[in-house]
Ligand binder design. Structure first.
Ligand code: TYC
Length: 119
């Protein structure tokens, strides 16, 4: 779906696209394709009663490039509040991160849950 945005044209006509349309006011209106930034996705970690704190800290260091101090702080936020955003990414990167965390947790037999949500 391409949204066409009306723009008041400059007084000096210029060559080539975008297209000019004249209307009954004599005002020249240009239309151009509106560029949209791709949507971003929050990746979130959920608390549970069984995953060891050190494991969560390790996940945040390994898959989200956090320092030990940053990772420990975010882990404690999840532990106390139940959930925290650990990063914001494109759809493809967010899906990859969620998959990596879920796979790593499963391989270590921890119930840690990682989800994504449109920002
Ligand atoms: N609540 C867990 C515990 O007390 C620690 C934990 C923190 C688990 C963050 C998951 O996303 C999580 N061992």
């Amino acid at each position: 779906m391409t949204q066409m945005t009306p723009v008041i044209a400059s007084t000096s006509p210029k060559a080539g696209p975008p297209s000019n349309e004249d209307n009954d006011t004599g005002v020249v209106v240009e239309t151009r394709a509106k560029t949209k930034r791709p949507p971003l996705y929050k990746v979130m970690l959920l608390n549970d009663d069984y995953t060891p704190m050190e494991f969560v800290v390790h996940v945040l260091e390994r898959f989200f490039g956090m320092t030990h101090a940053q990772a420990f702080e975010i882990m404690l936020t999840v532990h106390k509040k139940g959930v925290a955003v650990v990063g914001v990414f494109s759809h493809e990167i967010a899906e990859t991160k969620v998959g990596q965390v879920m796979d790593f947790a499963r391989r270590h037999q921890h119930p840690l849950q990682c989800t994504m949500e449109k920002e």
